[in-house]
Design a protein around this ligand. Structure first.
Ligand code: PXP
Length: 241
């Protein structure tokens, strides 16, 4: 099981003052040196954090897995196929949202993905992952499309009050089982932190990758990036050895 660190919010901090620091590429290097297996970035349509030049520098400098998270616009598909990351994670994107608010609605996007998005990405070797809520119907449709992987949206679990937490974990477990039975690689992300990651790993034993950003980067302000990445890796090692 691999830890991929999302470095978007290093760029958020940089952009707050329009200076060249902190540099997300330097953050990516520190994360990888601390043991992270790869780096995730989300190039948004509004370029609010990661920018085009960051993407190309990340491609040049990241040694491990590079996960390009994006909405499936023609513009992003063009950039992604030029950058040629290992993985493309497709997400819904709303202009006003503070962060990705939920998984893809597969019924709505199915035809467009089948006719426009998948054929374009399938001209390359880029692995495709779909960001999904733990809904069985969405997973069925993702399988029908022939996706390589799905990333289960863990945000609802992460934000659930104690009364709903077990219910959310059960939904994630059922979704993970279905994806695994269908031979789809399983990733997870959103809202994960040092406190809730153990419960997720306890619940799902077939994860390939977790993608963690905001809580990890926030904690690194106090602990430093190296120590923080290592703390996440220790949790993962406790479960995966
Ligand atoms: N996975 C996806 C698809 C996301 O959109 C995000 C947020 O950019 C993350 C993982 C990371 O979430 P967080 O920043 O809450 O760790």
């Amino acid at each position: 099981m691999k830890l991929l660190v999302n470095i978007d919010h290093v760029a958020t901090l940089r952009n707050a003052r329009g200076e060249g620091y902190p540099d997300p590429i330097e953050a990516a290097r520190v994360c990888e040196e601390a043991g992270a297996a790869g780096i995730v970035f989300h190039l948004r349509g509004d370029r609010r954090h990661i920018r085009d030049e960051d993407v190309f520098r990340l491609k040049e400098n990241v040694r491990g897995k590079l996960d390009f998270e994006m909405a499936a616009s023609d513009e992003m598909l063009d950039i992604c196929t030029k950058v040629d990351p290992h993985l493309c994670t497709l997400v819904p994107e709303g202009r006003e949202e503070l962060t990705t608010e939920g998984g893809l609605d597969m019924e709505t996007v199915f035809d467009d993905y089948k006719n426009r998005v998948f054929p374009k990405l399938r001209e390359t070797d880029i692995e495709i992952s779909l960001f999904l809520d733990p809904n069985l119907r969405d997973i069925e449709l993702a399988h029908e499309l022939g996706t390589d992987a799905i990333e289960l949206h863990t945000g609802t679990f992460a934000n659930a009050d104690p009364a709903k937490r077990q219910h959310e974990l059960t939904r994630l477990r059922k979704a993970a089982k279905m994806a695994n039975d269908l031979g789809i690689k399983l990733n997870a992300g959103h809202g994960l932190n040092l406190e809730n990651l153990p419960d997720l790993l306890e619940t799902i034993s077939v994860l390939n990758e977790v993608s963690i950003g905001h809580a990890l980067i926030s904690k690194s302000l106090f602990w430093g990036l190296e120590r923080t990445v290592k703390a996440y890796l220790e949790i993962i090692e406790d479960f995966y050895g």
